[in-house]
Design a protein around this ligand. Structure first.
Ligand code: URA
Length: 229
């Protein structure tokens, strides 16, 4: 193994890459491809502790250099409901926990409105590092980070995913369909029902849309209850 690959693996917290029989991604692959392939391959085998460490150590997309800390996710690792947002904002970057700013407070209220405490669900983001100035995640950043989220989903095995906001919904479902067309119908990711609603930060700016978000939440509850036979 050459020194550069060893360094990537070290950054991911992986020490037994070859021994686990992972395929060689090839030295001629572009750097981003190597990062992505190795992140994906590595994350798929990790337990919670290893995954959290791998996220902490990841420098694959470059955002880590500009943020304070990674924001892994929080909540019940056996949750029925998984809430997926976009990326850490300033307050999340400071505290190391998703949805702790104003949008987070509204998210808590949205969950409470359907009888869920924040601690009952699991909350994660598409990106684990804050983009500078809260800009939208770039597609390659989302793609590089995705194996971490996929492993979180695989470990939790939620009964329902609530995608909050356009970025989360479009990235999760790999589409550029506008959020207004995605909400109100049921999507699936690896067999898991996915319900889309507006981002609480958007609802803070456009309170007139809260009625639609409430309808989405009720749709999510109906969907979830339909699965509880
Ligand atoms: N917005 C998000 O999408 N995620 C957070 O964690 C905070 C704000």
């Amino acid at each position: 193994m050459d020194a550069r690959r060893a360094q990537y693996l070290h950054e991911l917290g992986i020490t037994a890459w070859r021994q686990r029989g992972a395929p060689d991604v090839g030295r001629s692959a572009p750097a981003a491809g190597i990062h992505h392939a190795q992140t994906a391959q590595a994350a798929a085998n990790l337990d919670w502790e290893g995954l959290e460490q791998a996220v902490k150590n990841c420098t694959a997309c470059g955002l880590r250099a500009g943020c304070t800390q990674t924001v892994f996710g929080v909540g019940n690792r056996q949750a029925d409901w998984l809430v997926i947002g976009e990326a850490p904002g300033a307050e999340e970057d400071r505290q190391g926990e998703p949805f702790v700013g104003r949008a987070g407070q509204l998210l808590n209220s949205m969950l409470a409105a359907i009888g869920l405490r924040r601690e009952q669900v699991y909350i994660a983001n598409i990106l684990k590092c804050r983009p500078p100035g809260n800009r939208d995640p770039k597609p390659e950043e989302a793609a590089t980070c995705r194996p971490f989220l996929e492993r979180q989903i695989a470990l939790i095995r939620p009964k329902l995913i609530l995608a909050v906001g356009r970025i989360a919904a479009q990235n999760l479902m790999a589409t550029d369909t506008p959020i207004g067309k995605m909400r109100g119908r049921l999507h699936h990711l690896d067999g898991i029902p996915v319900v889309v609603t507006y981002h609480p930060a958007y609802l803070l700016r456009s309170p007139g849309e809260k009625r639609k978000a409430w309808a989405d939440l009720q749709f999510a509850v109906r969907t979830f209850e339909g699965k509880q036979t």
